[in-house]
Design a protein around this ligand. Structure first.
Ligand code: IPE
Ligand code: IPE
Ligand code: MG
Length: 224
């Protein structure tokens, strides 16, 4: 049986869920937040070590200002309310992506990262203002500047995911089969699960089912 060390999730479908239920995309974002908590708790139960959540892409800046503002206010209140709880659960929070938000949010994120930096149970990587192409370009620039040899090992050290093993499982909810600029290098050998349900409808059983299927897949990594 395959061990599950790292799960990455593209949490998609909030807007459609919100429109359908409450005629408001933002209502979907709010509902999606409780699924985040549920997945974090189940990951701990399953002894998963890394959980990477795609929360805001570099492309999401093209959304209406009102929606962007709401998303970051949700994140702010989540961190304010939950950071003690995350710490108590021995969760380490790490942001991947460039922190170029308001001074208040940047500080809040850095403080939670600092506070939880030695926690060991589960590392939650929050992909915020994250884009895989930007990440790769910055890595190449760094290699070039430091005159490092272009090797796989050196490149990995320059990614924002350095020290994080590649995901075993990638889940995308929301009935869309694309990667939307997420971890393009890191998922070279990841098992991908496209889930029809919208993110706010995704539940513990859906998550457990995917883990169970993954555990029984024959992973060959090019071998036979
Ligand atoms: C994903 O849900 C959440 C973020 C991108 C922040 P969407 O907001 O993309 O929801 P849909 O895909 O429009 O339904
Ligand atoms: C991907 O979802 C980004 C996040 C879930 C944060 P999008 O809804 O932004 O993806 P596209 O634009 O439909 O590909
Ligand atoms: Mg979407």
């Amino acid at each position: 049986m395959n061990p599950v060390n790292h799960v990455a999730i593209i949490m998609d479908g909030n807007g459609r869920w919100g429109i359908k239920r409450k005629n408001s995309r933002n209502a979907g974002h709010k509902a999606g937040l409780s699924v985040v908590e549920l997945v974090i708790n189940e990951s701990i139960k399953q002894k998963i070590k890394y959980l990477t959540l795609y929360a805001f892409s570099t492309e999401n800046w093209s959304r209406p200002q009102k929606e962007i503002k709401y998303l970051f206010s949700l994140l702010e209140s989540f961190l304010n309310k939950q950071s003690d709880e995350l710490h108590k659960k021995n969760i380490k929070l790490k942001v991947i992506g460039r922190k170029n938000f308001s001074l208040k949010l940047n500080t809040l994120l850095s403080n939670v990262e600092k506070k939880t930096s030695s926690n060991k149970t589960l590392q939650v990587n929050l992909a915020l203002n994250y884009g895989s192409k930007t990440e790769l370009l910055n890595a190449f620039r760094k290699l070039n500047k430091k005159k490092y040899k272009i090797t796989e090992k050196n490149l990995i050290k320059c990614l924002q995911t350095k020290n994080i093993p590649d995901p075993d499982i990638l889940i995308r909810t929301g009935n869309t089969k694309r990667l939307s600029n997420f971890l393009l290098w890191q998922i070279a050998y990841t098992e991908i699960f496209f889930e029809k349900k919208l993110w706010p409808d995704f539940n513990k059983n859906d998550y457990i089912k995917i883990i169970k299927i993954f555990k029984n897949i024959k992973r060959t990594f090019g071998n036979v």
